[in-house]
Structures are given as structure tokens and as C-alpha cells.
Design a binder for this molecule. Structure first.
Ligand SMILES: [Zn+2]
Ligand SMILES: [Zn+2]
Length: 394
């Protein structure tokens, strides 16, 4: 279990809060301005009708995005990925939406479930990502936002969420509930003081309205605005500080059968135990070669295979002729938790990874070294169902 910094105090955004007396020098959020979600063990449980049923990728690229501008401005552009016309080779910063199915409101006569949108991360490219994907999937509201860490590709789009909460006829909501660790909270407060304390705004500009919730990264918590669904933080290493050699911690999240980890260079045992049993795993896989703060494709998929299982029943692993080396997923066989993830999707790619080539290589690896494991490269706009199978666009 990693020893992460203890949660500071912050909680709920309070529009009438007095400015902090230290605001000019260090806009550390005032404790009274935030709320801490109680750990899920202390809250009433979610309804059995509440479940994360879909995962939609808003972005699957590294921080610098793909294509790389410099690959296109040389005299004779030749980079396979960057010159590709395929939409799967155009990648924005990693982010996703979990769609959470909830029962209809109690006062409604409808029996049709409603869907809440739980977004993970709002990085530098959240605006073009939302422009591309929200209309396509008829996503209108952001019912909660959960932040993984405070790198630019995870938080620098926070300001762009203003258009969801501005008053007016097109407003979709009066605020967005944002969940993050204390470490991320203080980085957000340092970077965007006016986003955590409106008294820091200078007037004239529009400011998004957030309600901040700081969670303990070692405890699961619930999100009332998404049917009280349980969220399990998954602390993982994301590189190490050059000065001390200590890990920089990023958080993945497990929500129902989905485990989503966007940036990772190591998984502690305690976190592995929390991921085990996931039906769908999303893991970091920056490129083919190793990197200091991200797992390579080989490291990611080998870890999933060796530590979580390949999703294929043991008897099938030894009878590859019978299954043609394909996974239980491809054969439509029933899945159970002890088999490992039914499907694994890698994300966070650089331009070293060309989608068509990667898909072929991943498939061949699954049948060969992956012992039937189903692993594929994700792409921006990919929508997965509860079984991790892509849902075709209608
Ligand atoms: Zn390139
Ligand atoms: Zn990062």
C-alpha cells in the first residue's frame, strides 16, 4: 500500500466564503470551502439498479497528442501514424466517460432507466474531445468529474467546462461535482485559484461553477449525483521524482466492472487486489519502447496477463487448437471474475503506435504470448459495453 499524503481538509465550494487571508501568496483552499465524501462503507449502499454500463473514450493519446505537428511540417512527411487519415490515429489527451445507469426518479411514472455521465479527467484537449463526442453520443450533462492527478493533460481543461454551468437557456446544470485527492486539490488551487474560490476571480470573465470533494485515495467513496455509485481509487506509480527517487502517484479508478488507469509505471500489490475481478481493464501503454513514467505496451499487457489473468478458462489455455488460440471473449464463452478481465484496452499512445499495425500485432500477441488474452488499442470515441465489447456507432 503506498503511503500517500494524508487528505488535507478541503471540501465544499462555498460561494459566500470569505477570501483566504493568504490568498495573494498561496491560494490554498480554505477548509470550509470543500466537502469530503464519506467512505463508501459509511454511506448507504447504492441501489442494485445502479451500474456503470458503458465506457466512452474521450481521448486516448499522450499529453502531446497525435498527430505531432513536427511530423507534418518536414519537407516530406513520412510518419505512418501522423500522416494517416484514419480517425483512430488522431488522439487527444486521455479521458473517458462512464455512463451510469440509474433508476427513474421516484416521482416519475416512467420505468425507463436514466443515464448519468461520470467523466474522468479534463485535460488540455477536453473542448475538442467534447465537441467530437458529446453530440455523437447525445451526452449533455457532466454529472460528476473525477481527477486522476494534476498533470496538464488531466486538469488543464477545467476552465473549459464553464459552458456547462453558465446561467442561460443553454445551461445544462448549475454546477459540476468534482472529486480529487488532496494532492490534486492543492495543485488545482495553485494553478487555477479562481476555480476553487470565486473570490479570486477578477470579474468580467465567466467562471465555471464547481463543487469540490476531496477523497482519501486509500478509501472507496460514493457519488450521489451518479446514483450513489461506488468509486474505488487505484493508486499507481507514474514515474519517480528525480530529486528523491520517490514515486509520483497517479490514481486509476474502479467503477463496477471497469478499471480505468490512464498513466502508470508500476502497480502496488494493494492496488492489484482492488483491480482483480474487473471485467474490463483499461491500462496505460504509451509506446512499444520503455519510458520513465509510463508502461510500454509490452509491460502493460504482460502485467495484465500475469497478474490478473487472461480471461480464458485454464482448460482452454492448454487447448489452443480447440479455441484457435482465441479468447473466451471472441468465442462468446461465459465469463466469471476468477478468469481475469474479459477484455483489456490500452490507452495513452504516442505516434509510435499506428492503429492498424497495433491492432494486428495485439491480436497476434493475444493468441501467442497472451494465452488467448483479448487486448486491443483503444481510440478516441470508442464506446465499450459492460462486457468490454465495442458498441458499433449507429
Ligand atoms: Zn508522427
Ligand atoms: Zn500524467
Amino acid at each position: 500500500m503506498p503511503s500517500l499524503p494524508a487528505t488535507e481538509l478541503p471540501l465544499r465550494h462555498n460561494h459566500s466564503a470569505e477570501p483566504s487571508e493568504h490568498a495573494e501568496v498561496a491560494p490554498i483552499p480554505a477548509p470550509s470551502s470543500y466537502s469530503t465524501p464519506a467512505s463508501s462503507s459509511k454511506q448507504s449502499t447504492q441501489s442494485s439498479e445502479v451500474a456503470a454500463t458503458e465506457l466512452i473514450f474521450l481521448g486516448t493519446g499522450t499529453s502531446g497528442c497525435v498527430p505531432v505537428v513536427q511530423c507534418l511540417t518536414v519537407d516530406h512527411p513520412s510518419c505512418h501514424t501522423c500522416t494517416s487519415p484514419l480517425k483512430e490515429n488522431k488522439r487527444l489527451n486521455t479521458s473517458c466517460i462512464l455512463r451510469v445507469q440509474c433508476p427513474p426518479p421516484e416521482n416519475s411514472s416512467s420505468t425507463t432507466p436514466i443515464y448519468k455521465n461520470l467523466m474522468i479527467d479534463a485535460g488540455k484537449t477536453i473542448y475538442p474531445a467534447a465537441l467530437n463526442i458529446f453530440p455523437r453520443y447525445k451526452i449533455r450533462t457532466i454529472d460528476a468529474l473525477v481527477l486522476t492527478h494534476a498533470h496538464a493533460d488531466a486538469i488543464f481543461g477545467l476552465d473549459d467546462l464553464r459552458s456547462w454551468t453558465l446561467p442561460g437557456p443553454r445551461s445544462t446544470q448549475n454546477h459540476i461535482d468534482v472529486y480529487c485527492s488532496a494532492t490534486t486539490m492543492s495543485e488545482v488551487a495553485r494553478t487555477f485559484p479562481y476555480l476553487v474560490d470565486k473570490n479570486q476571480a477578477t470579474g468580467g470573465g465567466d467562471v465555471p461553477s464547481f463543487v469540490w470533494h476531496v477523497f482519501d485515495e486509500n478509501e472507496s467513496f460514493r457519488i450521489p449525483s451518479c446514483g450513489n455509485i461506488e468509486v474505488v481509487p487505484l493508486p499507481v506509480e507514474h514515474g519517480r521524482y528525480l530529486s528523491t527517487g520517490n514515486p509520483f502517484w497517479n490514481l486509476g479508478f474502479r467503477i463496477g466492472g471497469f478499471s480505468y488507469i490512464s498513466d502508470c509505471s508500476g502497480v502496488p500489490e494493494e492496488t492489484k487486489r482492488k483491480i482483480k475481478g474487473s471485467r474490463v481493464v483499461v491500462q496505460d501503454g504509451l509506446k512499444w519502447d520503455p519510458h520513465a513514467s509510463h508502461w510500454s505496451i509490452e509491460q502493460s499487457r504482460t502485467w495484465v496477463r500475469d497478474e490478473l489473468g487472461s480471461g480464458v478458462a485454464l482448460k482452454k489455455r492448454t487447448t489452443t487448437k480447440e479455441t484457435n488460440g482465441e479468447s473466451a471473449f471472441e468465442n462468446g464463452e461465459p465469463w466469471s471474475e476468477d478468469l481475469g478481465p474479459q477484455s483489456t484496452w490500452l490507452t495513452g499512445f504516442s505516434h509510435a503506435v499506428e492503429h492498424v499495425e497495433a491492432t494486428k500485432e495485439f491480436s497476434a500477441w493475444g493468441k501467442r504470448d497472451g494465452r488467448g488474452m483479448y487486448v486491443r488499442p483503444a481510440w478516441d470515441g470508442l464506446r465499450l459495453g459492460i462486457d468490454g465489447r465495442p458498441i458499433p456507432e449507429s
